[in-house]
Design a protein around this ligand. Structure first.
Ligand code: RUB
Length: 315
């Protein structure tokens, strides 16, 4: 029997999507690492380091696509200490810095992104992104008359979470089916979505269906903007690695009763897809609005990753 600790509880919640969205996953993982470090009783630094490595691996293996998770875990684990006491202090400070940095980044994205929104705009979004929501909320608070069209986002209906946020903030909202995206695009002025990962060539990994929204926006000549904190940029892609697309349980797509009725039916349930950089007009980060082509610079200069380091992390 596996003993449930605060850390395994957080890991379970990330797996079953009680905790979801790349930013929230990263902040919760950082907090769980801090709590784990503070709860370890040993005075032996080697034993402490080993247990922190275990904690890292448990959280790392929860969901594979959002790069914010490994980036957060690595930020927390960037410590060198001879004593357990010093290690705990460093880990707690790293976790707190990551969490407040992440919250400030979302706020800053809201401020920068709101400049892109004009009074009277209709904006389409897909899934539920706190970074995208920060933009809507800031623009609305500035007194801009906006209407947000939210897709339902099958199969987990994250669109309902978006609708709930928007309605609670008083922002005029329209809910549409995912299949109504192209039909509805003619009423849209701008698309804003979040990110689970941005690759070194500026492509976007986000909730499955995002690339279809981008295609429809491109066809209708509607601007397509991504809101992403810089810790969503993927260092491993600098080394040529692909971002893994999570394949989730088939029961999310079809209930057990119907699966039993068609025992030979195969079900594919990818949770994310890739939007090529050529469909993205702009990525709004906390360090400014950048073109997708600047992703290499963000990974190298802002996140400080070199090719050797990316290679090491991929081992
Ligand atoms: C969530 C999703 C969101 C990004 C960004 O997918 O695709 O657009 O994670 O979110 P899931 P945020 O529901 O499968 O986690 O801007 O909040 O970090």
């Amino acid at each position: 029997m596996i003993l449930m600790t605060a850390l395994t509880e957080t890991a379970e919640k990330i797996k079953n999507m009680e905790i979801r969205g790349a930013g929230k996953i990263a902040r919760s993982a950082a907090e769980a690492m801090k709590e784990e470090a503070l709860s370890i009783k040993t005075k032996d630094i080697k034993e402490f380091n080993r247990r922190m490595e275990d904690a890292y691996n448990i959280l790392y293996s929860t969901r594979p696509t959002a790069v914010s998770l490994p980036n957060a875990l690595r930020a927390v684990m960037r410590y060198k200490a001879d004593t357990v006491e010093d290690a705990k202090t460093a880990i707690a400070a790293n976790a707190d810095a990551f969490i407040s940095g992440s919250e400030n980044a979302v706020k800053k994205i809201g401020e920068i992104g709101a400049h892109r929104i004009k009074d009277g705009d209709t904006i389409m979004t897909h899934c539920n992104s706190s970074a995208a929501f920060a933009i809507f909320e800031t623009a609305y608070r500035q007194g801009k008359d906006i209407n947000v069209i939210a897709t339902e986002t099958r199969p987990r209906q994250q669109g309902y979470v978006t609708v709930d946020f928007l309605q609670k903030s008083g922002i005029p909202t329209t809910l549409i089916l995912d299949s109504a995206v192209r039909y509805t695009m003619k009423k849209v002025d701008l698309v804003i979505v979040g990110a689970d990962a941005v690759t070194v060539n500026g492509s976007l990994v986000n909730k499955v269906g995002t690339s279809q929204v981008a295609l429809a926006a491109n066809e209708a000549r509607v601007g397509f903007v991504c809101a992403a904190e810089t810790y969503k940029f993927s260092p491993r892609t600098l080394f040529g690695e692909m971002v893994e697309i999570e394949e989730r349980d088939p029961t999310e797509v079809l209930c057990n009763e119907l699966r039993a009725k068609w025992p030979n039916l195969k079900i594919s349930n990818p949770a994310f897809d890739i939007t090529p950089h050529k469909y993205i007009d702009m990525i709004i980060t906390e360090i400014g609005a950048i073109s997708p082509e600047m992703a290499y610079w963000v990974i190298k200069d802002k996140l400080g990753w070199e090719l050797e380091e990316a290679a090491e992390a991929s081992m």
